[in-house]
Write a protein that binds this ligand. Structure first.
Ligand SMILES: Nc1nc2c(ncn2[C@@H]2O[C@H](COP(=O)(O)OP(=O)(O)O)[C@@H](O)[C@H]2O)c(=O)[nH]1
Ligand SMILES: [Mg+2]
Length: 711
């Protein structure tokens, strides 16, 4: 038997901007529940949550952690998340398995950007949410302002459950308007004394109590009737009403805390136990097939993998939530994605980096098992004979791209293995081996994300790496027509090589007519994988070249289009007409015609007013109103063309076209001018002709590297 049944497991995700006190709060909860005998602190680097050496180094959470605590007959799984936007992937995966979110607000700073971004995600997941204003013991704490900002950002449904009698150094009393009690804490925090509300606070407390009860009653007609009849709600009615309203996102209760002094965490846990929904009280999961999957320990076993880690501290683990049934060691589950049968070995609860073996996990619970070989984040595993596939986590697109390389030559293979491992653990990091740029690209969330990736590679694989600027995927095309011919001839001992090709090239465009003055005998239109077209015409008269050699000529042309004559970039939008040539009855063969085709094309291309095209991106920045000037300045300094601006909620949305070559480092620059308060996205818009001078610089540089390669 599991120690806690589904109804007694609560999954809580701790959310909030970096530094709002999540890890400290988790520590308080563990301490209050008696799971640890000494409360660690982030500053002393001895919390259960921030155990990773990189977190000690940086003094902040970087990875999400699974902890658990027991409070009055309930098990509370705590998912502590990192606050920086760079690690949003961990926030999303935690939200996927949590049943209630606790969003911490720093009473010193009010609502910070981190909170805004997180809020958008919680709305997507419809996670029931609690607010907790933390750091009320701080000299600069401002409860009223923080509450007002919370209502401005998150709406009027932010409902006060608690307010502090005093803030700053003297903070030790909280009025609880749900219990209608005054909580008084000793200096060391912990369990408060519950006293009647003093006269001086009565009026305010009663007013807030009424508001609270009315908000709860307003979401349910029967409750509303009771409330009108009796002027009050029974405790059970309130509890049920609260839960219903939280699930419907109609109410967001707000609590008070000082995690530093351990004040308020016990009450928060009590509310989580008694009011917050357990997994089986939330709407059931929907499998992709449309089938509902009730959260029932007696149902068919089905788990969802939300995270995998491989760390020296804890080993290799797959983290999962049981969405249905009961999982036990030895069980065989099918991975829906690839059909592989995975045998579950040991099951664990996690206490930071400590693994605690358990004999089963029931529906609604979260735990880990030794890393499943063929199973990755977002996979669903279930008992045989079913086909459940649960909704995967939609990770955000990347914000930033750099190229990565091993510092020492010959370690490319090692790097590729390390990147594979990294990718497995971090779904927000994309690795792309670009044959076009001849670089390995990392698409990631930002500077900090990169720094962590580098640390992981270097410490895990003893491999030194560096980041370099990614090359720009230019394109080449032509502006006028030109003709060229090439004779390839080689006489070396035995069989010789001979081919001669005459061709003309023109800029290709949609609906262009057939070439004048040539005798068109065949045409092919090729869609190029990198965008644009190649039209290839057979205009040969009098059998000057055998038709069987045409594919070889096309091959030669294509080869040059892969590595354009100007900069080595892909060529696009060209029409090639082969109209004459010569064959030799013995020496002509495929290879000869390929070479002749390639060389003739190169020659013609150079005389056809060639043009380098550069990729231009559409950039959309979401910025706080007062920073739009600075953001536009930054865009313009990057050859950006601002195209429009509109208001979106508290933000201004700025649209601009910026050449990709100028976007390198934009993410970091934007973060620094807005203190991380802006968001942006980019997408390829178009390829545009480069200015003459800039093009000249590029082509000269390319010619030099070509010459070096030949030397
Ligand atoms: N004064 C004060 N400091 C706090 C409180 N809670 C956390 N801190 C401090 O704020 C910093 C960030 O706390 P941490 O728990 O790491 O925040 P997280 O990034 O949200 O996990 C640490 O230096 C904590 O000691 C609090 O209630 N009062
Ligand atoms: Mg933290």
């Amino acid at each position: 038997m599991a120690e806690f049944d589904t109804a007694h497991v609560k999954n809580i995700v701790l959310l909030g901007h970096a530094g709002s006190g999540k890890t400290s709060l988790a520590e308080c909860m563990l301490f209050e529940a008696g799971l640890i005998s000494r409360r660690g602190s982030v500053a002393e680097r001895n919390t259960v949550g921030d155990y990773h050496e990189l977190e000690h180094e940086r003094g902040n959470s970087i990875f999400s952690k699974l902890l658990h605590t027991r409070w009055r007959g309930y098990k509370i799984n705590l998912l502590d998340t990192p606050g920086y936007n760079d690690f949003v992937g961990d926030v999303l995966s935690a939200l996927r398995v949590a049943d209630t979110g606790v969003l911490l607000l720093n009473a010193v700073n009010g609502v910070e950007v981190g909170a805004d971004v997180i809020w958008q995600y919680t709305e997507r997941f419809r996670t029931p949410m609690i607010f907790a204003i933390n750091k009320l013991d701080h000299d600069k704490a401002d409860y009223d302002r923080t509450l007002k900002e919370a209502r401005d950002h998150f709406g009027a449904r932010v409902t006060v459950i608690q307010y502090p009698v005093q803030t700053g150094a003297g903070f030790h009393e909280i009025v609880d308007v749900l219990q209608m009690k005054l909580y008084t804490f000793r200096d060391s925090g912990g369990k408060p004394e519950k006293l009647p509300i003093p006269d001086a606070e009565r009026a305010r407390a009663e007013q807030l109590h009424r508001e609270l009860v009315e908000t709860v009653a307003s979401v349910d007609e029967t409750l509303m009737e009771h409330y009108f009849d009796k002027g009050e709600l029974e405790e059970d009615e309130l509890k049920a009403g609260f839960r219903k309203a939280m699930i419907a996102h109609e109410i967001f209760p707000l609590f008070c805390l000082s995690a530093e002094r351990n004040m308020g965490s016990g009450r928060l846990m009590g509310f989580i136990d008694n009011v917050c929904p357990s997994a089986n009280e939330l709407p059931p999961q929907m499998a992709r097939s449309g089938e509902e999957l009730p959260c029932d320990a007696a149902g068919p076993a089905c788990i969802f993998i939300y995270k995998t880690v491989s760390e020296s501290h804890v080993g290799e683990l797959s983290y999962f939530k049981v969405f249905s049934g009961t999982v036990k060691p030895g069980m065989e589950l099918v991975n829906e994605l690839n059909g592989v049968i995975e045998k579950i070995s040991q099951l664990f609860l996690l206490e930071g980096n400590k693994r605690i073996p358990v004999t089963e996990l029931v529906a609604g619970d979260i735990g880990a098992t030794l890393k499943l070989k063929n199973t990755h984040v977002n996979n669903t595993l279930h008992v045989k004979g079913r086909n459940y596939e649960l909704t995967p986590i939609a990770f955000p697109p990347s914000n930033m791209t750099v190229a990565i390389e091993a510092v020492k030559k010959g370690e490319e293979e090692k790097l590729s293995l390390a990147l594979h491992q990294l990718r497995e653990e971090d779904p927000t990091l994309l690795v792309e081996v670009s044959p076009e740029l001849k670089q390995t690209l990392l698409h990631c969330q930002g500077d900090m994300h990169l720094a962590v990736a580098k640390w992981k590679i270097e410490s895990g694989s003893r491999l030194e790496v560096r980041f370099v600027k990614p090359r720009i995927p230019y394109r080449e095309t032509i502006c006028t027509g030109a003709e060229a011919s090439y004779r390839h001839k080689k006489q070396s001992g035995g069989a010789g090589q001979f081919a001669e090709v005459h061709l003309r090239i023109d800029p290709w465009y949609e609906d262009m007519s057939d070439p004048a003055g040539l005798n068109v005998r065949g045409r092919e239109l090729h869609d190029l994988p990198w965008g644009g077209k190649l039209a290839f015409y057979n205009c040969i008269v009098g059998g000057a070249i055998d038709a069987r050699f045409l594919p070889s000529i096309l091959k030669g042309v294509m080869e040059k289009m892969h590595e354009g004559p100007l900069t080595g970039s892909y060529v696009r939008d060209v029409r090639v007409c082969v109209f004459d040539g010569k064959m030799h009855p013995v020496d002509s063969n495929d290879i000869s015609f390929k070479i002749a085709g390639m060389m003739a094309f190169r020659e013609a291309f150079r005389n056809a007013d060639p043009q380098v095209l550069e990729p231009v991106y559409h950039v959309e920045v979401l910025s706080p109103e007062e920073l739009t000037g600075a953001v536009m300045g930054e865009l313009q300094s990057r050859r950006g063309l601002v195209e429009g601006m509109e208001t979106e909620g508290h933000f201004q949305k700025i649209g601009a076209r910026v050449p990709l070559a100028e976007l390198h480092g934009f993410s970091s620059a934007l973060r620094s001018i807005t203190q991380g308060r802006a968001k942006f996205s980019t997408r390829l818009d178009d390829y545009v002709p480069m200015q003459y001078e800039a093009q000249k610089k590029l082509t000269e540089a390319y010619r030099r590297t070509e010459a070096e390669a030949l030397a």
